[in-house]
Design a protein around this ligand. Structure first.
Ligand code: NAI
Ligand code: MG
Length: 486
């Protein structure tokens, strides 16, 4: 097995109080190159005791060295992290691309977004002002924004570095500390991030990383009574379990749980822009995106030309190793590939019409890799599981709407509500849709429009709480009100 030299350099042991800790029982978990299925690293598993040590280290830093760093200096440190990420963007992106399978240009975009999180939240560190509360002449009342405490971050495998930065940057900016549990499939960049935080001068214990299976290492972390807030991104089922675990010690939670997000195309749309938007919405990271636009809802008068254009585009897709920057890279794991395959197979067997793809893809020279064809499914029954359930792969269902009201009804017809998109040159219709749709964010005429500045989170089964933007800061602060009788 030849392992890329960038990967060989990464220290894989758990990071606790700035130290690389040797796990005593020597248990490890493999992580793979998604393009060829080869093991690229064996990552030591942190058991319950090590998780406890990590939470303890984060608590010590919270009350000690990190508390003494002045807010402006905290901001400067986080800005340095952003600069270091940009300096080493090529190396970091290569590592992310190999570990997750995503095309290199997307991994480069992820590094830039991660740098932006540190830069954006660096700016808030010395601006976290409280309020004064008017109670009349005999009182002075004010609020302080204190760090919430030790925060736990349970990271998914689809955006390993970005999700880590999205949670960790705001928590550190407000003076909290963090213990991160990366996904089993993609642990490398969260481990690597520690090097940059250390180089930027953050005290030991502010950022700790424990790797291992969700039901062991993850469960131990979120159940730990020393955790004040849990930021979780992943499946609904695991999110529910995380919420139950956090309830045992009344920790607050932010849950960002997938979706089945609609992308609506009205007859008034620029069809070329819509086609481009659809491709981005469902084929970015091979559709393994919580906010993927996985249900196309198109009004019938424009359905044929749009589907023709879409099919022509995806028929030309190039497949390959993430590092070779293909149109479509591999799926992250054998399990995820088999989940995608079996959902599409079940749909096909029950009569759903496969317009394109619908099977794993063989890529020459990468026979061990986990590739799946871009897939278009005509879904006439809005209650069919393939329309209702998250696939998390390059699989788009297509629903034909009779008119605008029908499009809204279809858009709101699942238990999820993460994002929604609409393409229309008629801004009144677009805004009318935006107000009517159940979603945490709505994209008009550009799917995924927005940035680290725009609040992000779900409604219904897609979760609650908001990350990104200034909203995220609330997750990591607790407000203390001080009232004096004078
Ligand atoms: P998952 O939700 O089980 O895993 C996400 C993270 O939670 C991982 O770090 C995992 O180790 C951790 N985890 C698992 N059980 C835990 C527990 N009891 N306590 C604490 N942490 C725990 O998702 P999985 O199995 O990787 O993927 C299954 C499906 O979930 C995907 O097919 C997709 O539909 C969805 N998913 C959604 C994501 C999103 O961005 N919203 C990201 C990843 C998966
Ligand atoms: Mg991997």
């Amino acid at each position: 097995m030849t392992v890329h030299p960038d990967i060989k350099k990464i220290a894989l042991d758990p990071i606790i109080a700035g130290e690389r800790i040797k796990v005593s029982d020597e248990r490890t978990w493999p992580t793979y190159d998604a393009a060829d299925g080869q093991v690229i690293a064996e990552v030591p598993i942190a058991n319950q005791e090590l998780v406890s040590d990590a939470v303890e280290a984060a608590r010590t830093a919270l009350e000690g060295d990190w508390k003494r760093v002045l807010p402006a200096e905290r901001g400067r440190m986080l800005n340095r992290v952003a600069a270091f990420l940009r300096r080493d963007r090529d190396t970091i992106a290569r590592i992310e691309s190999i570990d997750s399978g995503k095309p290199l240009r997307e991994a480069l975009g992820d590094v830039e977004t991660s740098a932006r999180y540190f830069e954006y939240y660096a700016g808030i560190a010395d601006k976290l002002q409280g309020d004064t509360v008017p109670l009349g002449p005999d009182y002075v009342s004010l609020t302080l924004h204190e760090p919430v405490g030790v925060t736990a971050h349970i990271i998914p495998w689809n955006f390993p570095l970005v999700t880590t930065a999205r949670g960790v940057a705001p928590s550190l900016a407000v003076g909290a500390t963090a213990v991160v549990k990366p996904a089993e499939q993609t642990p490398l960049t969260a481990l690597l991030l520690n090097d940059y935080l250390t180089e930027a001068g953050l005290p030991a214990g502010v950022y700790n990383v424990v790797c291992g299976p969700g039901d062991e290492t993850g469960q131990a972390l979120v159940s730990h009574p020393g955790i004040a807030h849990v930021t979780f991104t992943g499946s609904v089922q695991t999110g529910q379990q995380v919420m139950r675990s956090a309830a045992s010690h009344v920790a607050s939670v932010t849950l960002e749980l997938g979706g089945k997000s609609p992308l609506v195309v009205l007859p008034s749309a620029d069809l070329d822009a819509a086609r481009e938007g659809i491709i981005k919405a469902i084929f970015t990271n091979s559709g393994q995106v919580c906010s993927a636009g996985s249900r196309l809802i198109v009004e019938k008068s424009v359905a044929s030309p749009l589907l023709r254009a879409l099919t022509d585009s995806i028929a030309a897709f190039r497949f390959g190793r993430g590092l070779d920057d293909p149109d479509l890279g591999p799926i992250v794991s054998a399990e995820q590939l088999s989940k995608i395959s079996s959902m599409v197979e079940a749909a096909r067997r029950s009569g759903v019409h496969v317009l394109f793809g619908g099977e794993p893809k063989r890529v020459d020279g990468l026979e061990g890799g986990w590739f799946y064809s871009p897939t278009l499914l005509q879904a006439d029954d809005p209650f069919h599981p393939i329309v209702q359930e998250e696939v998390f792969g390059p699989v788009l269902t297509i629903q034909i709407a009779d008119d605008f009201d029908h499009a809204i009804e279809l858009a709101n017809g699942t238990n999820y509500g993460l994002v929604a998109g609409i393409y229309s040159r008629d801004i009144s219709s677009a805004l009318r849709f935006a107000k009517a749709v159940d979603a945490g964010q709505v994209f008009i005429n550009q799917f995924f429009a927005g940035g680290v500045e725009t609040p992000f989170g779900g409604v219904k089964m897609s979760g609650f709480g908001r990350e990104k933007g200034l909203e995220a800061v609330r997750n990591y602060c607790r407000v203390k009100t001080i009232t004096a009788r004078i």
